[in-house]
Design a protein around this ligand. Sequence first.
Ligand SMILES: Nc1nc(=O)c2c([nH]1)NC[C@@H]1CN(c3ccc(C(=O)N[C@@H](CCC(=O)O)C(=O)O)cc3)CN21
Ligand SMILES: O=c1ccn([C@H]2C[C@H](O)[C@@H](COP(=O)(O)O)O2)c(=O)[nH]1
Length: 315
Amino acid sequence: MTSSAQTHYEQQYLDLMARIWSHGDERIDRTGVGTRSIFGTTLRFDLSDGQVPLLTTKRIYWKTATREFLWFLTGETNIRPLCAQGVEIWTDWPLDRYRRETGDRMTREDFSRRIVEDADFAARWGELGPVYGKQWTDWPVYEADAAAGAGLFRRRERGINQVAELVEGLRRNPGGRRHIVEGWNVAELDAMALPPCHKTYQFHVADGRLSGIVYQRSCDVALGLPFNLWGGALFIHMLAQQCDLLPGELVWMGGDTHLYLNHGDLVEAQLARQPAGSPRLVLGRRPASIFDYEIGDFTVLDYHPQKHLAAPVAV
Ligand SMILES: Nc1nc(=O)c2c([nH]1)NC[C@@H]1CN(c3ccc(C(=O)N[C@@H](CCC(=O)O)C(=O)O)cc3)CN21
Ligand SMILES: O=c1ccn([C@H]2C[C@H](O)[C@@H](COP(=O)(O)O)O2)c(=O)[nH]1
């Protein structure tokens, strides 16, 4: 994999795609679609001066990905606020469960509309369980309950807000090696619609620059990865702003890094294209905290992607 000064940052992504498509191990996966996969991969992106790892060989809906990221930060785990904003990237999982459990073949459009219009329906069918948002901002804590008797524990009303603690930690002790946000709550995996994919974030400060690692145990390179790279970069840019640091580097590490077998048309079309340009992220204001960003705070300059390439999502 090359990364000389002349090579466009996106070439790493295209090289990874090409390598998986021609050398990946073919396997049957949970979804039944089948993948080609390689295990253990790394990508690195310079985020200085507002740089972002936004793909240019197809249009990436970065506002959708940003809305998803802001939704994580609210601690919300119901798809209702996403559907209300026209973000449907999580709708298929609750819909799949609804169809299986009721036998009703409601369309995705109707399902999403019902979720938005009917709060009771959303509470019953729109919940994903304790996924990213919950673990990031309210990781459960159990405390001995002396009043109830020896050996009895109860859940503390507020859990641990890992993101708030991260910001505090970066400000107070930038040299720390424990700046981690973890999504993989082993005890709660069974209650989640999907266990976290981008499960671990670690941050590092050197020379006034904030860098971050995303460890992703399982990666859909065509559909998920463009969003996950954006999310990782966004997190670093926002944290750097909040902690008076400059953005450094995003390091992305993948476990099972795969292409679904029904993504062949996209892979061929995308690999025939050349990446170009250098989009920049501008944060329009400095909100009072990491939890106060709004979609209007984000602008991307100089983004001129080639046209969108659609591909089916494996549920
Ligand atoms: N198979 C699979 N791939 C994923 O990337 C993925 C999951 N499952 N499950 C949970 C979340 C949901 N995420 C998704 C789901 C769908 C798209 C997707 O369809 N993206 C299209 C259209 C985006 C839009 O309509 O706004 C794209 O071209 O980016 C992206 C990320 C990421 N995750
Ligand atoms: O942010 C995400 C979320 C999910 N994915 C992909 C990775 C896999 O293709 C599926 C999850 O299936 P598992 O069987 O749980 O691994 O979703 C992603 O790439 N990015």
